[in-house]
Design a protein. Structure first.
Length: 95
């Protein structure tokens, strides 16, 4: 069977099986190397209040939060774009 991508949609290389993690949105079990992980800064302070406090010289703590999503949730949230039809690999064997 022909493969669609050289990496088979993963970034594990030749290391065998990788552990499963849960999608932070839907809970689906996804291989760790196939999941789309996004790191964003989280601050517990309200943005308007944080802006006022930084003007006064206060230091607002920011914590990095990493969330991992399955492919379908990453597409839903706009983290991964669907390729245009002309940029996809051409299908040669159509029944």
């Amino acid at each position: 069977m022909p493969k669609k991508r050289e990496s088979r949609g993963r970034r594990k290389g030749d290391k065998g099986k990788s552990k499963l993690i849960q999608c932070d949105n839907c809970g689906r079990l996804v291989p760790e190397d196939k999941a789309i992980c996004v790191t964003r800064d989280y601050t517990p302070v309200d943005p308007q209040l944080a802006e006022e406090l930084t003007k006064k010289g206060a230091i607002i703590p920011r914590y990095p939060v990493t969330k991992c999503y399955c492919i379908s949730c990453a597409i839903h949230f706009g983290l991964v774009k669907i390729r245009a039809e002309d940029s996809r690999k051409p299908r040669t064997n159509l029944f």
